[in-house]
Design a protein around this ligand. Sequence first.
Ligand SMILES: [Zn+2]
Length: 249
Amino acid sequence: MAYKISFNYSPNFDSKKRKKDQIKYLIFHYTGMKSENAAIKRLTDVRSNVSCNYFIKKNGNIISMVPDLYTAWHAGKSSWKNYQSLNKNSIGIEITNPGHSHGYKEFSNFQIISLIKLSKLLIKKYKINLKNILGHSDIAPERKKDPGEKFPWNNLAKKNISFWHNLNKKLLFKNRKIKINNLQKKIFIKNLIKIGYPIKKTKQLKINSEKYLKLIIKAFQRRFRQELINGKIDQECLLISQNLVKKFK
Ligand SMILES: [Zn+2]
């Protein structure tokens, strides 16, 4: 391996070993703590009940905290498509960043280079579908913002890690903040369900509340329209969702 990996095992994992083919997702997180050392301490502290499989430090060094074939506790209550509680089906990767509560920063190049190398290896080893490489906020939009709008999803997609739209920036910018009608709103929501977002399907696609919908839209924007996170569906968001759905066929 071209990066430096060390071991600092966390006691927080399911004692039952899982099978290789149960690993279907990669979930990316930021630590959301002021200091890197405090984050490492927390993730390896038996009292915290949280952990991850891999931890990527500011300098790009990687710490293995829970071996791949054991389920780490990183996702919490979560869902995507027909999967619930994604811990058992995923590898969780924490990346040092103070996060939205403590002065959200750009991720370092060292971190992204290591993340790319590590992800490529895991994708190959566990035959992970690129559509199953997600952020914590995708699978738990009502609770989580990580890894957030500074996370370079577009760059990763170019390296064949996860997916992205292929619309040009000018077209998108022209459609930013342009209102949509009710029918278009329904289409947008349907598109998000097709992509995998946890929107509860009920009669006529009404979901539980506008507040919840706003959080889902924000999660979508943090991922695919990182320039403006306002929780409002506009023509740009609709276009992006249409483009992504086409790719999902
Ligand atoms: Zn997280």
